[in-house]
Design a protein around this ligand. Structure first.
Ligand code: ADP
Ligand code: MG
Length: 277
């Protein structure tokens, strides 16, 4: 009789190859459901490395769902189902061998309502994501990272003398930039932003927009916005989502932002960007 087969060593978790820092994100034929309710139908979109892509369209057409699929948050809803593929620099982020924390570290998310840990100090808020993703750093490295992240988020000068004060003491706009700094501290290749300015006043909105424009090149940004002027100001390309009469959301048209605003190909895009619905 033959002896037992030799044990296979456990497979190494897959890693996403680093090609520069900003990554190209590619969504391929994404369909999504909540229970039996289909909310996206075969949506494909390439979000080029280092560019800003704006997702626009009326509410309820699946923009947030699409964004959450891009960093594996959709699957946190028990009734949610998904078809299609998402690749970051060619690596399938839904590959079972890829850790979910790796996907989330590479693809960060900023939400509509700023959500810093209010009682935690500003500096600890910035590094909070490092613990979650299991990244260990020396004290000096941490201090350098805190400064760098706050500078990139456009907040350093406003908070450098109060780093030990609680994050909850900042204004709404500062809190949102603190959340951006927290996302940047784990050095993501993509930053997803779901209506990051809709809870902010116009001045704070401008500061966040400046931050987004400065991040372009280093990070790939995907931003959902209801504000057409904002889409025009910050994005290189736009994707127009629409869900007509109870049908699931689709991308009607996407492309260069100037072309989408000045010479849209679809009359529905024209109506939307001109505020007709
Ligand atoms: P948008 O961001 O464009 O406003 P959403 O992605 O939030 O659109 O929603 C798309 C559709 O999915 C809507 O019909 C919404 O009611 C539904 N939906 C969103 N989240 C959930 C959820 N957690 N459970 C069930 N249905 C949901
Ligand atoms: Mg939404």
């Amino acid at each position: 009789p033959r002896g037992p087969l030799p044990q296979q060593p456990p497979a190494e978790p897959a890693e996403i190859p680093v090609v520069g820092r900003a990554g190209e994100l590619q969504a391929d034929s994404i369909s999504a459901w909540f229970g039996h309710h289909q909310v996206l139908d075969r949506v494909s979109l390439t979000m080029p490395a280092g560019h800003v892509t704006a997702l626009i369209g009326p509410s309820g057409c699946g923009k947030s769902t699409f964004l959450r699929i891009l960093n594996r948050m959709h699957e946190m809803v028990p009734s949610a189902a998904l078809a299609g593929e998402v690749r970051l620099d060619g690596q399938d982020i839904y590959d079972p061998a890829l850790r979910i924390t790796t996907a989330r570290r590479e693809i960060g998310m900023v939400f509509q309502k700023p959500n810093p840990f209010p009682a935690m100090s500003i500096q600890d808020n910035v590094t909070a994501g490092l613990q979650l993703t299991g990244t260990k750093k020396s004290k000096a490295d941490k201090e350098a990272l805190i400064e760098k992240s706050l500078r990139r988020a456009g907040l350093w000068n406003e908070v450098k003398d109060r780093l030990r004060q609680p994050g909850g003491g900042l204004s709404g706009g500062q809190q949102q930039r603190l959340c951006i700094a927290r996302s940047l501290a784990v050095q993501p290749r993509v930053l997803l932003m779901d209506e990051p300015c809709s809870a902010l006043d116009p001045t704070s909105t401008r500061r966040v927009e400046e931050t987004i424009k400065e991040l372009a090149g280093e990070v790939t940004v995907v931003i959902v916005t209801h504000n057409m002027q904002q889409a025009a100001r910050v994005s290189d390309q736009c994707a127009f989502f629409l869900a007509e009469q109870g049908t699931p959301g689709v991308i009607v048209e996407w492309g260069d932002t100037d072309a989408m605003f000045n010479s849209p190909q679809d009359p529905r895009t024209f109506d939307y960007v001109n505020g007709r619905f």
